[in-house]
Design a protein around this ligand. Structure first.
Ligand code: ZN
Length: 287
């Protein structure tokens, strides 16, 4: 959510067409569903995966009984767990591992995303189980917190889509409150979030539990900050602090303006009292 990432390099619709054509089991079912499968996949891409405009396919329309529809749903879901010999095995593995990301585009945590998330859950939308545009890299913590809900309590789209939503502006910051040796970290949304995205951003941040996880990260990062300030002061270079932090921020923003490291250093650089403390105040012992 916190960053828009490049679209998969393979054509999502070509993959669906090839999957439909190559099925040997349930040949009749795949012949019947293929046109609507391609149509709804194209609608997904055109709408950016918006669940408010996409109606899930009713598999009963392509089968002779409820039992058969349930069984064919399993067949669609199984496409997401291909054998190594199937052509899309390599595509899924590459999408999972070769993204080159060192942060999670969903939450901004500093980690290499190791899983793929179904933006629209495959249990509700089995026809999108293997639609590449519906599969976004994500960290394990996000996947555990996201769950199967894709609509908010108000019936709105709940999550930002990292292939479609342009979220490359500052979303939130931290305020440092209380004793600056061991401050409390206060999470705040930025004021400049465009009105049409504000509810979505807040639902997303709550939906994958970013606030709690980011505050925990700030605790660790703050110790690093104190150590950096201490080291500069020992070398008589405390007046270089802002310059050092600005270089940390610039490097972090190369990943995303909303990766946690960038949010942390931007928040520090925006806190004049804290900068003054780091240069001249009494730092904790044992750094
Ligand atoms: Zn994440």
């Amino acid at each position: 959510m916190v960053a828009r990432i490049p679209f998969p390099e393979w054509d999502s619709l070509e993959v669906i067409a090839r999957l439909a054509d190559e099925r040997r089991s349930y040949r009749d079912f795949y012949d019947r569903i293929k046109p609507d499968w391609l149509r709804t996949s194209a609608a997904y891409i055109a709408s950016g995966g918006c669940p408010l405009t996409i109606i899930p396919l009713n598999l009963r329309d392509y089968t002779a009984s409820t039992e058969e529809a349930e069984a064919r749903k399993e067949s669609l879901l199984n496409l997401y767990a291909p054998k190594e010999t199937q052509f899309h095995y390599v595509l899924l593995a590459s999408l999972r591992r070769d993204h080159g990301l060192i942060f999670c585009p969903c939450c901004g945590a500093h980690s290499v995303p190791g899983t793929l998330d179904h933006y629209l859950p495959k249990t509700s939308f089995p026809e999108f189980a293997v639609l590449l545009a519906n599969l976004t890299p994500m960290c394990n913590a996000c996947q555990e917190d996201k769950g199967a809900n894709y609509l908010s309590e108000e019936g709105n789209r709940k999550f930002i889509h990292s292939y479609f939503d342009d979220i490359n502006f500052n979303l939130y910051r931290i305020k440092f409150q209380g004793e600056l040796g061991t401050p409390e970290f206060i999470f705040e949304f930025e004021e400049g979030i465009p009105a049409h995205l504000e509810i979505l951003v807040k639902d997303h941040v709550g939906g994958v539990n970013i606030k709690k996880r980011f505050i925990s990260y700030c605790g660790v990062k703050y110790t690093h900050l104190l150590k950096t300030a201490n080291k500069l002061r020992r070398g008589g270079q405390e007046n270089q602090l802002a310059l050092v932090l600005e270089s940390f921020l610039a490097l972090a923003e190369e990943n995303s303006v909303n990766c946690w490291e960038a949010v942390f250093y931007r928040s520090v650089l925006g806190a004049e009292e804290l900068l003054n403390y780091l240069q001249n105040g009494e730092l904790p012992e044992n750094l």
